[in-house]
Design a protein around this ligand. Structure first.
Ligand code: GMT
Length: 373
């Protein structure tokens, strides 16, 4: 099949999923054209069957804001005609779905199909902003197929919007080999570069929904009992808040700010535990990536996280904001080497059994085939 993919090319779960999906589809001999304003970050090089097409952003004196959606739609039309695309698969309803629907209307001779994957923020945070509601509803109604990344998000989409069609649920996925599945999990061992100390890790875009101050609060309680460091990966609006909280709690010297990191699998090899105390997560891709690396997760009991992390088996889930409970769970997992090893093995086992790309990518292919018939 010939598929155009549009996503946010920056760090963030939706861009990661879209890029990895495109790479796996290309490896299965589909032609994949990425269409975006810059190369998606995980598209390190262009393997066979993949092309990248840049939407140019130009400043016009008369326009206050550049109409990106329209530029994207025009580019989608050009690329669809050039590559004879059959499908435009967009990752986010606003604005990508709207651009794809417009492109389908313009390039009518191609009989393009539009697949919209909702990743969460478009439904739970942005899509339900009243001013976006009619547009999101149109995007859902006019897409040939709509997919969501968890059962939670499916229910939430039906709850928040007038949806008159069946939505497909396709979980996010990992590549077990990338996460060192061939080698035994190591989280019960002291980190290689920093012995005699546990490494707690948090990876996000530091938006308020991630509750990074809670990450630091959990860590501060943990270090009252055990020697540890906190490694923070990523950057965003609340990274300053994380630093201030660490200073206030007297643990700043134990917190390492790594900034944005492209390849997180090697970083996860040094982690003993991942903290994800978010306000909401439609799925929590980073939790899955940690589990694939054999790193247990302590997270909040919200959204799609219970579909990823099995409470008491591959990690623990606690109510949002309950930092005492989350710290207690972290101490419980890292209590001794046997417990730690059991959680680590269970985390990796679950990631591989339920979220292997070899099981998930064919589900997208089946949706493409269905709508092309
Ligand atoms: O919240 C983020 O970190 C970014 C956001 C995005 O759109 O990239 O992530 C959303 O999509 C991911 C991939 O499907 C999910 O794993 C995240 O849970 C989801 N974020 C939220 O629901 C807040």
């Amino acid at each position: 099949m010939r598929i155009g993919i549009t996503c946010y090319p920056t760090h963030g779960g939706s861009g990661v999923v879209a890029t990895e999906l495109g790479k796996h589809l290309a490896a299965r001999d589909h032609e994949v054209a990425f269409i975006s304003y810059s190369t998606p970050l995980r598209l390190y090089e262009l393997p066979p069957h993949i092309s990248f097409h840049e939407v140019e952003i130009q400043e016009y004196p008369l326009l206050k804001n550049f109409p990106y959606t329209l530029a994207l739609a025009s580019k989608m039309v050009d690329v669809a005609r050039m590559k004879q695309l059959q499908i435009l698969h967009v990752h986010y309803a606003i604005p990508f779905s709207i651009a794809a629907i417009l492109a389908r209307q313009i390039a009518v001779e191609l009989n393009l199909k539009v697949v919209t994957t909702l990743h969460g923020t478009d439904v739970t945070l942005v899509g339900n902003n009243p001013s976006f509601r009619p547009v999101t509803e149109l995007a859902i109604a006019q897409s040939d197929a709509v997919t969501v990344v968890s059962n939670f998000l499916k229910e939430e989409t039906y709850r928040q919007f007038q949806v008159g069609k069946e939505i497909d649920m396709v979980y996010n996925f990992i590549d077990p080999e990338r996460h060192g599945y061939a080698s035994p999990p190591s989280p019960c061992l002291p980190p290689r570069d920093c012995p005699n100390q546990f490494t707690l890790m948090h990876i996000s875009n530091f938006r308020s929904v991630k509750r990074v101050a809670d990450v630091v609060r959990i860590f501060a309680r943990f270090v009252e009992q055990r020697n540890a460091r906190l490694v923070l990966i990523g950057d965003g609006p609340d990274s300053g808040l994380a630093l201030r909280t660490a200073q206030e709690l007297g643990v700043a010297d134990r917190v390492k700010f790594m900034g944005v990191v492209d390849r997180i699998a090697p970083m996860l090899q040094a982690a003993n535990l991942l903290l994800l105390p978010s306000e909401t997560e439609s799925f929590g891709l980073v939790a899955l990536e940690a589990m694939a690396s054999g790193v247990p997760v302590v997270a909040s009991n919200v959204g799609g996280l219970p579909e990823v992390v099995e409470h008491g088996v591959s990690g623990y889930l606690a109510p949002v904001g309950d930092v005492e409970q989350m710290a207690a769970y972290a101490l419980k997992i890292l209590e001794d080497c046997n417990t730690c090893r059991a959680f680590s093995n269970a985390a990796r086992k679950r990631a591989v059994e339920y979220f292997d790309y070899r099981d998930i990518v064919p589900q997208y292919e089946a949706i493409y085939e269905r709508i092309l018939q």
